[in-house]
Design a protein around this ligand. Structure first.
Ligand code: UDX
Length: 438
């Protein structure tokens, strides 16, 4: 089956490479000539474990190619995926659909063979109707259908998430579209991935509802962590104790510095905008977005408090080492990373910040002018008055704490991901604080 993937960003590239790996004939399209050139040369525009190898293997096998020529690439494709960005619109927080609609217009103008147009980008409810209207009103005589097929993959685990999804959601309005989509996903049925057919609008809503619910879970446990700190509980025990209840589930209950990334912050905001437009307020999601936003700076204040509690005095003039800058491990993505607000808070208080991240420093540097980027973990720690663990990269999970203590100016460790055992860290002589643990 021939598949065209319009947009070679995170979702487009991973989905395209995985579809090719399953045996489909895939062409990934992008307007950015530089991106296409480097993909052809085997250089990935993003850091995602396993992606370069997957792309190389499928290019070699002749199943995957890259192009800037949309017209030629969609010819003969039974499925044309739209996987372009839907960033927050400047000013109002609605999803910016201009890229999606531009693709719809171009597809409409160039369509020569029957195709199902599939929206994989995260789009507000009703977008599929608009894409359909654009194609229909272009006057194309070619048979087409418009389908919603949201993508649930996580950065850093994108390939395995795509290949072994919890479910596949297809929002389609006619049988032909459902048949084509069955064909597209048939290779995944071997893994027993449940496929859920819904209306197009329900499918569009499922993506936002899923993200908002997960953001709610994280925010709930984060506030529980705050309460644990006040009353002397351990949030990890609380999370385990509630998570073992099958109705709640144990995932996404890790307390931390707040969620970031390319999806949760933007999608919760866009969902709230939709709710506002339809006069159907989502008050829980409103609270989640607000609480998460203020949490990021609060984590900076937590570091300042840790200095004071350890008797190191105020933050002014102190050297603070941040370990991890990306919003989560195994990505170089800095979008809405809590580290940005943490750095700002520390610098506002007059501290000097030095940081190290295994993959994120290049994208982080322009977002945090004034921060010194270290060449490795122990370089960052050298002379630090406090060491702050911001992202749980594997490389930070087994630090040589004796060496950290020896290199640092003061033994103050703030662990925002609860990686270390408080008893052990204190035994090693650290003033240790974490999130929601005694
Ligand atoms: C998310 C969704 O998981 C995915 O289904 C969707 O397609 C895109 O958005 P992603 O943003 O890549 O994926 O990362 P995810 O692993 O979900 O983490 C998001 C944020 O939540 C990170 O900042 C992470 O640190 C935080 N998080 C996650 C927690 O703080 N605690 C948790 O228990 C889980």
């Amino acid at each position: 089956m021939k598949i065209a993937m319009v947009g070679s960003g995170y979702v487009g590239l991973v989905s395209g490479a995985c579809f090719a790996d399953f045996g489909h004939d895939v062409v990934c399209i992008d307007k950015d000539q530089g991106k296409i050139d480097s993909l052809r040369a085997g250089v990935m525009p993003i850091y995602e474990p396993g992606l370069a190898e997957l792309v190389a293997g499928n290019v070699k096998a002749g199943r995957l190619s890259f192009s800037t020529d949309l017209a030629a690439s969609i010819e003969g494709a039974q499925a044309i995926f739209i996987a372009v960005g839907t960033p927050s619109r400047r000013g109002d927080g609605h999803a910016d659909l201009s890229y999606v609609y531009a693709v719809a217009q171009e597809v409409a103008a160039e369509l020569k063979t029957p195709a199902v147009v599939v929206t994989k980008s995260t789009v507000p409810v009703g977008t599929g109707d608009e894409v359909e209207r654009i194609i229909r009103e272009s006057g194309t005589g070619v048979k087409f259908a418009v389908v919603s097929n949201p993508e649930f993959l996580r950065e850093g685990a994108a390939i395995s998430d795509f290949k072994r999804p919890d479910r596949i959601v297809i929002g389609a309005e006619d049988d032909w579209a459902r048949t084509v989509m069955n064909e597209v996903y048939r290779p995944l049925f071997l893994n027993k991935a449940p496929i859920l057919f819904t209306s197009r609008r329900s499918s569009e809503l499922i993506k936002y509802a899923a993200n908002a619910f997960l953001a709610t879970k994280i925010t709930f446990i984060n506030e529980m962590a705050d309460l644990c700190e006040k009353v002397g509980g351990d949030v990890q025990d609380v999370a385990r104790g509630i998570g073992l209840d099958g109705r709640i589930g144990s995932k996404f209950l890790h307390a931390g510095p707040g969620y970031g990334g390319s999806c949760f912050p933007k999608d919760t905001l866009a969902l709230l905008k939709t709710a506002e437009d339809y006069n159907s307020p989502l008050r829980i999601v409103e609270a989640v977005a607000k609480v998460n936003d203020s949490r990021k700076r609060a984590m900076g204040r937590k570091v300042i408090e840790a200095l004071a509690e350890a008797g190191a005095g105020e933050a002014r003039g102190k050297r603070i080492a941040l370990l991890g800058l990306t919003f989560k491990p195994n990505t170089d993505d800095m979008r809405d990373a809590p580290s940005i607000a943490i750095v700002q808070t520390l610098m506002d208080a007059g501290a000097e910040v030095v940081a190290y991240d295994p993959e994120g420093m290049e994208l982080a540097a322009p977002l945090m002018p004034g921060v010194t980027m270290a060449t490795n973990t122990y370089e960052a720690v050298k002379g630090a008055d406090a060491v702050v663990l911001v992202t749980e990269w594997d490389a930070f999970r087994a630090l040589d704490l004796d060496r950290v203590k020896q290199l640092a100016a003061q033994p103050i460790l703030v662990d925002l991901r609860n990686i270390y055992d408080p008893v052990e860290a204190r035994e090693k002589g650290f003033h240790y604080s974490s999130v929601g643990r005694p």
